[in-house]
Design a protein around this ligand. Structure first.
Ligand SMILES: [Zn+2]
Ligand SMILES: [Zn+2]
Length: 642
């Protein structure tokens, strides 16, 4: 038998007989206690993977991101074995690793209850304790079909039948139970030391609503209990901050069946927050040289033909409406309207750049299954803007957009970003040279702001390169938010021009950009980021006056009037209730300040402020109070006092 040369991490080359397994090699270098698998020539492989030719091998540590993949995939198998041993009629389908965990879909006559999940977890624990090896076996297509056919596992038979003919088929055995799988897995079930089943839900086979409804169980697994606990605590915290729950409790917004799925109603308190955001947004846009536009919600079908939306965006648009022998389309985007405004006049190189912004409400068709609170809706308002500029202005314009982006996001409390630069894909419109120059301009703009970013090579849209930005909230979750997109397509389709210095006609560059993305989605993220306790300048109710007894009502009214006249969003609680009750209510409503008034305060013309979170401030006059909160009321200063 011939030998193969394996290049190990320390740069050492070692020879092994052909067909040596990853596990044997790892053991030969003494890494078997920390490793859960390996990377062989860059691909993940488990201990039972046989190596047939020279290769580079790098052990994967249990406590690493890649190690988690092995552990979670193994956990999915353990769960499937546990389910079939407790519910023998359950049929297995697929069980992939997903972000933060894994799931497995079963065909079963009913949904799995929380009690079922407890039983399954207990059974899984037994399987883990048995430390059963997960060995790898190659089988022929015919054998695979006959094995799973005999077991009555018709989904597995279907999967085998759908595999490309040149793909090797492997079965993983774990002493008495097996599954069709490509792997890789941990060497044994004993590696899954910390796991938890989270919930179960219905899911269609192959995600197709015309196919069978399956029962999905979600779970997660980590390399140790401490990591698992950290994750579960974070999930618990996320649940408390769920914007759908807080939106209802704090009376901010609703989405109602009678109105329609994915259509948001902003209640008075939610609307107050939105107005504060929009006022700040408008003020800053004017400061940054933008003009503000308003455009209609529907447009003649020909506009969407010209823009190309009827071709490449059709499935995201609502059906057309037909009247007076003309078809109209509800707008999925604002861009064509801004272009039509551009085209109303002759533009010279001296007029550019034109920066036009609009909080424009658009409608996009999303399947009802993917709708989610404010985060995924059917009608939403983009904080949209289009910049029309000369090719030599791209970099400067993008720097301006990035400045505004950082200003906005940090104002709302977000300092951690993930930024991606997406470059030219294989299929593209426009000139490759122009693409390269534009991409370079985006790169230079990011560099000049000192921003870290990843390059997504070939990940751009067909019509131009772009920058995407995700914000990270207090729980470390990333949310897609801002975009800057260069577009070579629409200026061409709409035959846009400007007169250059040379008196000839040139095509302007169009830059689409949004900072919040959508007001609805950004609001959802804000609610979760702050857990409903908004900073003072954003809070729908900034302060509430609470009297201790009836005798202070008249003075209370005076304080209320003064604060109201200073522009405060102030409420009064002059009810005949105990102070403790009034305090608790204000806390539940997450009101930043409760101004308590008793006889002392009335006599000395003061208030006793209590800050949300329990801190009592010294008694002070209303003027003193207003001075003390001045920074907190200022969008651009409040973070200094955080
Ligand atoms: Zn597997
Ligand atoms: Zn646009």
């Amino acid at each position: 038998m011939s030998d193969i040369i394996i290049q190990l991490p320390d740069g050492v080359n070692k020879s092994f007989p052909k067909g040596t397994t990853v596990g044997e090699i790892i053991e030969s270098i003494g890494a078997q206690n920390s490793a859960v698998g390996a990377k062989v020539n860059g691909s993940l492989a488990d201990f039972y993977f046989e190596i047939d030719s020279d290769a580079v091998l790098e052990p994967i540590k249990m406590n690493s991101e890649e190690g988690l993949y092995f552990i979670r995939h193994t956990a999915a198998h353990i769960m499937a074995e546990a389910v079939q041993s407790l519910f023998p009629e359950a049929k297995v389908t697929i069980g992939p690793v997903i972000e933060n965990g894994f799931y497995y879909d079963f065909e079963y006559s009913r949904g799995f209850t929380p009690e079922d999940l407890e039983k399954i977890e207990k059974k899984m624990k037994e399987i883990v304790d048995q430390k059963k090896p997960l060995t790898r076996r190659k089988v022929s297509r015919d054998d695979a079909i006959s094995i799973f056919d005999k077991d009555g596992e018709h989904y597995k038979v279907e999967i085998v039948n759908d595999l490309p003919s040149d793909q090797p088929i492997t079965i993983y055995d774990q002493e008495g139970w097996y599954d069709l799988c490509r792997g890789p897995h941990a060497p044994s079930t004993g590696f899954v030391k910390a796991f938890k089943l989270l919930n179960s839900a219905g899911a269609y086979w192959r995600g197709d609503e015309k196919k069978a409804m399956l029962q999905r169980i979600y779970g997660t697994a980590f390399w140790d209990r401490k990591e698992l606990k950290k994750y579960l605590d974070r999930l618990e915290e996320a649940k408390k901050r769920d914007h759908r729950k807080l939106g209802k409790e704090l009376d901010l917004f609703s989405i109602q069946e009678e109105v329609g799925a994915g259509l948001v109603l902003w209640h008075p308190k939610g609307s107050r927050i939105r107005r504060v955001i929009e006022d700040f947004w408008r003020e800053k846009h004017e400061e940054y040289g933008y003009e503000l536009l308003y455009t209609p919600h529907i447009a003649h079908i020909d506009l969407w033909k010209t823009s190309g939306h009827l071709d490449f965006y059709n499935e995201n648009m609502f059906p057309r409406m037909d009247f007076e022998n003309t078809e109209y389309q509800l707008k999925p985007m604002n861009c064509p309207f801004h272009i039509m405004i551009y085209k109303t006049g002759l533009r010279s190189y001296r007029d550019l750049p034109l920066r036009w912004a609009e909080i424009g409400t658009v409608y996009r068709y999303e399947r009802s299954g993917v709708l989610h609170g404010l985060l995924r809706v059917r009608g939403f308002s983009q904080d949209d803007a289009h910049i029309f500029c000369r090719p030599d202005q791209i970099e400067e314009e993008v720097i301006g957009v990035l400045d505004l982006m950082i200003l906005f996001l940090s104002t709302f409390g977000f300092d951690d970003y993930e930024i991606y630069l997406s470059t030219r894909p294989e299929k593209f419109v426009g000139d490759a040279d122009v693409w390269d120059r534009a991409t370079d301009a985006l790169r230079k703009a990011l560099d000049s702001k000192g921003l870290q970013y990843e390059v997504d090579e070939g990940g751009g849209a067909f019509y131009g390169p772009k920058i995407d930005l995700k914000i990270k909230d207090v729980l470390g979750r990333a949310w897609q938010c801002s975009t800057v997109q260069v577009d070579f397509n629409l200026p061409e389709r709409f035959d846009m021009t400007f007169v250059g210095e040379d008196n000839a006609r040139h095509q302007p560059i169009m830059i689409h950009r949004a900072i919040f993305g959508s007001m609805e989605r950004f609001f959802g993220v804000l609610i979760e980021h702050y857990g409903g306790a908004f900073p003072l300048w954003l809070s729908p109710v900034q302060m509430r006056i609470a009297t201790i007894g009836d005798e202070q009502v008249e003075y209370g009214e005076k304080v209320f009037k003064t604060l109201k006249e200073s522009g405060m969003r102030v409420e009064k609680d002059f009810r005949n209730e105990k102070l403790g009750f009034k305090v608790r209510e204000a806390q539940l409503e997450k009101i930043p300040y409760l101004l308590v008034i008793g006889n002392n305060e009335m006599e000395s013309g003061t208030v006793a402020p209590r800050k949300l979170g329990g801190k009592n401030l010294p008694t002070m006059t209303v003027d003193e109070f207003m001075n003390s909160i001045e920074s907190e009321l200022d969008p651009q200063k409040w973070r200094e006092v955080e």
